[in-house]
Design a protein around this ligand. Structure first.
Ligand code: PLP
Length: 469
């Protein structure tokens, strides 16, 4: 693996951490933060990354079990991405892709994405982020049905606890009440059904039975509102930010059958699952589904530079080409040349180092085995992993099945406490509601690094148990 040689940013001893934290607290409004607590909380300042590791301003070395924010698929410190970006900055730092102009990076990336994507995709619409990708999806889907002569097909069905971004359309597609309640969301014509969470809804059923039941909620909703009004169904192949909810194997094939039966478009939001995270280029391939649209971002550039977009299937493109009429949508940074060259180099690395194949048949199964074995820890009620994604619930007492486990009182905040202990031990995980801790490490982890990550996780769990004594 090619890594940055010089320790360019290893100057944490020169950083006045306290002064920087105070300046941050004084002027920087962070995303998803409670500003009332701002003055009491200090933020960790990250200064350097190399492979799967980060260093903060106080010199602590942390194994990044979250790949930044589910995105540094090829790990940190890839000089060749920096070189590609530098070269493009010098050559042509920006030009737009409006009004019948284009540039080489956008052309090459569009062709490359088509090459690695499932066969129904021959076109790409670029955006700057996952949220912008999903805004594009909403507009594109409605434009398609209108051109097709079915303008009444407006409704997009999504799921509770889904995460599809933070713009008005992204937050509407998402199923988080906490986001909907701020700003009068969801937008009209976006509705939600239950999520395929076996832990939440599967008591007394097998995984397979519950998967079919959860998919049947889509059919029920379509029948309630009338298929003639439904435009599309959107889902993350594996819900990420909602807590790494791994659907039962029966779920997605049944969703595909229902979409086909009623002629409804299927949208896979692959902002997390794309670019190798499930051991395939796209997570929909893992589940054997054939989406009409795929939203991507994050792993397309491994987060080195912002870029997102939508793979648009032939079914949609052929109608839009045949019927004509302008699609009045686009962003200044659609197909930004810097993002495109970063993505091309990132994909080259994923290909040349056979990272996707390794996650598929070597490191992915190894990580899954090791991570799921954490369920033997006294604090862990259940642990599931798929590819390089995983989640586990911390419980007060274990029962005969995962549905009989006794959770902690939410007020105790055991999940966030445990996450803090893990960081003290040297590994970053993320805490979500229900004392669930999730992981999504860089796809480059070796067996030895996986072993180290699991060891650090266990240390953090043990410290949390000590707290509870
Ligand atoms: N879709 C999914 C599945 C995501 O996980 C995210 C971000 O976490 C988004 C969309 C939004 O992407 P962005 O934050 O780049 O707008």
């Amino acid at each position: 693996m090619e890594l940055r040689e010089e320790n360019r940013m290893n100057n944490h001893e020169k950083i006045d951490t306290q002064c920087m934290q105070e300046t941050d607290a004084a002027h920087h409004l962070h995303p998803f933060a409670d500003y009332r607590l701002k003055k009491e909380q200090t933020s960790r300042i990250m200064v350097r990354g190399e492979g799967a590791y980060l260093w903060d301003s106080e010199g602590n070395r942390l194994l990044d079990g979250m790949a930044g924010l589910w995105c540094t698929n090829v790990g940190y410190g890839r000089k060749s991405i920096a070189d590609a970006v530098h070269g493009q900055m010098v050559q042509l730092p920006f030009y737009n892709t409006f009004f019948h102009t284009t540039h080489i990076p956008a052309i090459e990336l569009a062709a490359k994405l088509v090459e690695i994507s499932p066969p129904q995709f021959n076109h790409v619409f670029f955006a700057g982020s996952g949220s912008e990708g999903n805004d594009t999806v909403v507009r594109l889907v409605r434009h398609y049905w209108s051109k097709k002569g079915n303008p009444e097909r407006q409704v997009i069905i999504s799921r509770n606890n889904a995460y599809h971004g933070s713009t008005m359309a992204g937050a509407s597609l998402g199923g988080w009440q906490s986001m909907h309640s701020q700003g009068g969301l969801p937008l009209p014509g976006i509705i939600h059904i239950g999520q395929p969470s076996y832990l939440e809804g599967g008591k007394g059923k097998t995984q397979e039975e519950f998967g079919l039941e959860a998919a049947s909620w889509l059919e029920q909703k379509i029948l309630d509102i009338g298929a003639e009004n439904v435009a599309a169904f959107i889902g993350e192949p594996v819900q990420g930010a909602g807590g790494v909810i791994v659907p039962p194997v029966t779920y997605w094939p049944e969703i595909q059958r229902i979409c086909d039966k009623y002629g409804i478009l299927l949208i896979a939001d692959e902002v997390i699952c794309g670019f190798g995270r499930l051991g395939y280029w796209f997570g929909s391939e893992y589940f054997g589904i054939r989406p009409d649209l795929i939203t991507f971002a994050k792993g397309v550039t491994s987060g080195y530079v912002p870029l997102g977009g939508v793979l648009v299937g032939d079914r949609i493109v052929s109608t839009l080409m045949e019927k004509g009429g302008e699609f009045n949508h686009g962003f200044t940074y659609s197909g930004h040349p810097i993002g495109c060259v970063a993505a091309l180099e990132n994909i080259r690395i994923l290909e040349d180092e056979k990272i996707v194949e390794r996650v598929h048949s070597d490191t992915g199964p190894y990580l899954q085995k090791k991570f799921e074995a954490l369920a033997a820890h006294p604090l862990v009620g259940n642990a599931e992993a798929i590819g390089f994604l995983g989640g586990m619930n911390l419980v007060r007492q274990k029962g005969a099945t995962i549905h009989d486990n006794v959770p902690f009182d939410a007020a105790l905040q055991i999940g966030p406490t445990c996450r803090a202990h893990m960081i003290d031990c040297g590994v970053i995980m993320r805490a979500v509601a229900g004392d669930r801790l999730v992981m999504s490490p860089p796809l480059t982890l070796t067996h030895a690094e996986i072993d180290e990550m699991i060891k650090l996780i266990i240390l953090g769990l043990d410290k949390t148990v000590e707290d509870l004594r």
